[in-house]
Ligand binder design. Structure first.
Ligand SMILES: CC(C)(COP(=O)(O)OP(=O)(O)OC[C@H]1O[C@@H](n2cnc3c(N)ncnc32)[C@H](O)[C@@H]1OP(=O)(O)O)[C@@H](O)C(=O)NCCC(=O)NCCSC(=O)C1=CCCCC1=O
Length: 378
């Protein structure tokens, strides 16, 4: 396909002003890439692109470090300003995780006990969420794997989410020492209604992609597991029936017993292939391409408002609270996750509640007594 003759009417490139405040390549820990836009039949469109922003920390499940938060803000700024960009695709490297939120190692080793530093960090985090919600281009979250904690929050800030169906969705804060007030408490009620928002936001029990899709958190889901050369739905989750024996919705709930064992076996035999995810994301970009740019932008700006209004009403208070919380529960919880083993990385919740019920202050001794290491010594 060649450029449309109307493109010849554009002024010489040197007459254009550069509104970028940073060069596009300066995005530490985050990949920024312009990929050719395509029509629905797959033809490359000359001169138009989709900006792919990739969180690139797969060894730590694409959790974002402070540098990566800065990189993400810059990348969204670059995409927002690029005249030739149609849509933004926000994703993570690999096939395990889109993002699992703040980097717990950095939280435990630098921010724990350092509220004034975390307050600065939260300025950056808030700017990252605002950069997504305020992007001048539609933002599609390509959910290549689990979306947990702050990862779920930045994912929900996007306009559309297309997920591979092995991905899991949920919060981690109340188990690891934080409150999901980096967007989840603002967006979940808007997206799901109050009751399911409560369940998803507070209990830290991840939902399957099928459940998240059914309840309105996702635009679409696609299978990612290939067994014997054929795509199959997530075998760990019920997808072949709607109801259980008591008439409750079973679709999207975890399989149990023998079904789960069989599902695990199938998972082991298969390999993950994200080609259907990429095809569906490209297809959505192409649907966006075939719309009026300004009318589309105005529409998404209006539809974002319930999320933005809630976010703007709360983000400054949330920042202060989260900073102070680094002296108490976050300090204990993120250290426990960082210092514990995979089998034992949460604090002793009962002991903490008992200590607080007895009026114990938050001393260093209390924090240490809650750590996995203290349990191991008993
Ligand atoms: C449930 C998990 C996401 C996945 O568990 P599992 O499948 O068992 O994998 P793991 O073995 O735990 O993870 C693989 C390796 O990745 C490392 N990892 C995972 N997540 C993080 C992270 N967030 N930061 C750093 N490193 C991470 C993990 O340690 C493993 O490394 P290893 O070297 O041991 O192989 C589980 O991983 C999990 O619960 N992760 C932590 C989730 C979390 O607590 N996130 C922070 C939430 S709070 C937040 O994001 C906030 C945002 C802004 C506002 C304030 C706020 O709190």
């Amino acid at each position: 396909m060649s450029a449309h003759p109307a493109a010849a009417l554009a002024p010489e490139p040197r007459a254009l002003k550069d509104h970028n405040i940073v060069p596009e390549t300066v995005v530490p820990g985050v990949l920024y890439e312009k990929r050719s836009a395509r029509t629905p039949d797959g033809a490359v469109v000359p001169g138009l692109f989709n900006a792919w922003i990739t969180l690139d920390n797969p060894a730590q499940f694409n959790s974002y470090t402070t540098e990566m938060v800065k990189g993400t803000i810059l990348a969204f700024r670059a995409a927002s300003n690029a005249r030739d960009v149609v849509a933004v695709v926000f994703t993570g490297a690999g096939d395990k995780a889109f993002c699992t939120g703040g980097n717990t190692k950095e939280y435990a080793e630098y921010y724990a006990g350092n509220p004034q530093e975390y307050r600065q960090y939260m300025r950056l985090f808030n700017d990252m969420v605002s950069a997504i919600l305020g992007c001048d281009k539609p933002v599609i979250c390509r959910v290549n794997g689990m979306r947990i904690g702050g990862g779920q929050e930045i994912g929900m800030a996007c306009d559309f989410s297309v997920a591979q169906d092995l991905a899991r969705f949920g919060q981690a804060g109340p188990k690891h020492g934080s409150a999901p007030i980096g967007g989840a408490t603002d967006f979940l009620p808007v997206m799901l209604g109050a009751e399911m928002a409560m369940v998803s936001g507070s209990l830290c029990e991840p939902w399957s992609a099928h459940k998240a899709y059914r309840l309105g958190m996702l635009t679409d889901i696609v299978p990612a597991l290939k067994v014997d050369g054929k795509f199959v739905p997530n075998p760990l989750v019920i997808t072949d029936r709607w109801l259980d024996e008591y008439g409750k919705i079973a679709h999207g709930e975890p399989r149990t017993g023998e079904e789960l064992a069989a599902g695990r076996e199938m998972l082991k035999r298969g390999n993950v292939d994200l080609s259907l995810l990429d095809a569906r994301v490209e297809e959505l970009c192409a649907r966006i391409l075939l719309t009026f740019p300004d009318c589309f932008t105005k529409t998404i700006e209006e539809l974002r408002k319930p999320k933005i209004d809630a976010w703007n009403a709360n983000k400054e208070n949330s920042r202060s609270w989260l900073a102070l919380n680094m002296m108490t529960e976050a300090r204990a919880g993120f250290r426990a996750f960082n210092e514990g083993s995979k089998e034992d990385r949460e604090i002793d919740f009962v002991a903490l509640r008992q200590a607080l019920a007895a009026g114990t202050p938050w001393t260093d001794d209390l924090t240490e007594s809650l750590m996995p290491a203290a349990r191991a010594q008993k």
